[in-house]
Write a protein that binds this ligand. Structure first.
Ligand SMILES: [Zn+2]
Length: 340
């Protein structure tokens, strides 16, 4: 698919570095919940797979490769994707643990950013976050709220929120249905509104809710109304729209959030993860078209598709300067370069 580079720095704020499947540590909640037992977990996995094929077909995406590439190969591939699509920054929100992900971002901090994604209920969670940011070079925190049984406003998580505010890092919190079809649809923290007391208590934390709230549009809009530090990310196939009682499109979501929350709090992400698909260009092109159809101003597009992300990562202005430097030095893999 041909791609014409955009006239502003493009940032993908939501990517997953594919990781080897491993059993979660004891006491750490996981997407596949152990309480059902192995045999029933297999049944749930099949339910999920039955949904996977049709949605990939609908988007004309190839099946994911079954082998996980070594880290150096994963790094090379993502660098090539960044060069090919002129992406100023790729933000990995998970990657098989903070240690593994920090190895990746430290190889190329100009191209990559990564988020800590350890279990937030761990007594060491705040200390682990401090280490992840100050020593391992990670730039934010990712949480899957539906996996947590304790309310987000519980005192259990208070040290973590305090640390995130002190570090002034963005915190990306998934709410709503989780995983592909056959995934999680309920839980203490399923609604974005479950974080309102936290957003109010820690106004210094920019919270980002991905996938336009993943089925909880009204709740996310009300959360954004109540708390100006809440942002929304546009990432993924947004297939939850098919399971929404009203007829809505991604363009409708852009319109609604643009009118209410405004362009300064909408952040593009793709939710890309596996190869051979790589960067899910189709989501970018579809979302750009939606925004053009809504006659958004160029400066608003620049915010949504890059500027807001760079602001939250405290890298505003950096990518343009670096790009200039790279071009001057004739770096072969420069982001202003030709398709790889
Ligand atoms: Zn994701």
């Amino acid at each position: 698919m041909d791609f014409k580079p955009l006239p502003f720095p493009l940032v993908d704020f939501h990517i997953h570095l594919v990781q080897p499947r491993k059993k979660p540590a004891k006491g750490v909640p996981a997407y596949r919940r152990p309480e059902y037992g192995e045999a029933k977990e297999q049944i749930h996995r099949r339910w999920s797979e039955d949904y996977d094929r049709p949605w990939r077909r609908a988007f004309n995406f190839p099946d994911p490769e079954t082998d996980i590439p070594p880290l150096d190969e994963a790094i090379r591939r993502w660098q090539a994707e960044a060069a090919r699509y002129n992406i100023a920054k790729l933000v990995f929100v998970t990657g098989g643990g903070n240690d593994r992900l920090s190895q990746v971002v430290q190889q190329d901090p100009a191209t990559f950013a990564g988020f800590a994604h350890h279990y937030p209920g761990d007594p060491k969670a705040a200390a682990d976050l401090e280490r992840a940011v100050r020593q391992q070079g990670l730039k934010g925190l990712k949480i899957f709220a539906p996996l947590l049984d304790e309310p987000l406003a519980s005192p259990l998580f208070r040290p973590l929120w305090e640390k995130a505010e002190e570090l002034q890092i963005p915190v990306l919190v998934h709410f709503g249905i989780l995983g592909g079809g056959g995934g999680i649809a309920s839980g203490t923290n399923i609604s974005p509104l479950s974080i309102e007391p936290v957003a109010k208590a820690y106004p210094g934390i920019p919270f980002v809710v991905p996938h336009f709230g993943c089925g909880y549009v009204r709740e996310l809009l009300q959360l954004c109304w109540s708390s100006a530090n809440v942002h929304v990310d546009t990432s993924g196939n947004n297939e939850w729209l098919r399971w929404y009682p009203e007829s809505l499109t991604v363009e409708d979501l852009f319109r609604k959030f643009y009118e209410t929350v405004g362009p300064g709090r909408i952040i593009f992400g793709s939710d890309s993860s596996y190869f051979p698909r790589g960067f899910a260009l189709r989501y970018l092109l579809d979302q750009l078209r939606d925004c053009y159809h809504l006659a958004m101003k160029d400066e608003d597009l620049a915010l949504i598709f890059g500027g807001n992300a760079l602001r939250l990562l405290k890298e505003e202005g950096r990518s343009e300067e670096e790009k200039g430097e790279g071009e001057k030095q004739g770096q072969g893999d420069g982001k202003g370069g030709e398709d790889a």
